[in-house]
Design a protein around this ligand. Structure first.
Ligand SMILES: [Fe+2]
Ligand SMILES: [Fe+2]
Length: 243
């Protein structure tokens, strides 16, 4: 189980591990994203048991001890299971997460005090790169959920949004909405509620040019259109659930 690495936007790398046993026969990917800069940032730590593979993949791009920021979309094992392993190998690193996640989980679970990010707060990574944290509570799941926008490249690291099965290309210009609808029908992993549509449409307002999916290929193209289509599908699901 080796992680493959691909540069999906300028200075942004996708470290991908494919697990054929999940959702067979298609299988399932777990993707971590590294943003280079004076202060390199990791979005998703990978599962604790995947740490050796993800660390080896990251080391092909930059020394792991240079990592400065450990970030993720919400507190679950695939998003942050190896958080403390990364904090141990990178002495300058801090975990950074939204207000809710720090108060509910990280203040206790992280081996060093995390940096709390308010909704819309940015971290300057140097080298012309800046990331912006956006709260998306309960979307697609997790009270503490949020996404991260890398502003220079217009790359939205959107966590479990658009989750799909299979081991596609690292980067696609094809449809990412249809496969996400199919996976939601199968996993039912989203917390359906009325604010889904407005929250996802707010992300569309960022007009991202690249979407970094945690489970699926990265998407290059009209990110706003994809987000609007996903929001419409969730609205449909919420209306159906309410009868
Ligand atoms: Fe999740
Ligand atoms: Fe996930």
């Amino acid at each position: 189980m080796e992680a493959r690495t691909d540069e999906i936007a300028d200075g942004i790398y996708r470290l991908s591990i494919f697990v054929p046993e999940i959702g067979p026969p298609a299988g399932f990917t777990f993707n971590q994203f590294l943003i280079l800069g004076d202060e390199p940032l990791l979005f998703h730590t990978g599962l604790r048991r995947m740490f050796p593979q993800v660390r080896e993949a990251l080391a092909r791009i930059t020394p792991p001890e240079r990592l400065r920021w450990i970030t993720f979309g919400h507190y679950e094992a695939d998003e942050c299971g190896a958080m403390n392993e990364w904090l141990a190998v990178a002495p300058q690193a801090e975990a950074a997460h939204g207000h809710t996640g720090c108060l509910v989980s990280l203040n206790d679970m992280a081996d060093r005090t995390p940096r709390i990010l308010g909704d819309g707060e940015t971290i300057d990574l140097g080298g012309g790169r800046r990331v912006r944290w956006l709260d998306t509570p309960h979307i697609p799941h997790g009270w503490d959920a949020g996404v991260l926008l890398e502003e220079a490249s217009g790359t939205l690291l959107c966590g479990d949004l658009f989750t799909q099965l299979g081991d596609g290309p690292a980067l696609t210009g094809g449809d990412v909405v249809g496969p996400a609808i199919a996976a939601e029908d199968m996993f039912l992993s989203s917390s359906l509620h009325p604010s889904m549509g407005p929250t996802i449409r707010r992300l569309a307002g960022l007009a991202p040019r690249t979407l970094g999916l945690m489970h699926g290929p990265s998407f290059a193209g009209d990110g706003a259109a994809a987000l609007h289509a996903l929001a419409d599908d969730y609205d449909r699901r919420v209306r159906a659930a309410l009868g």
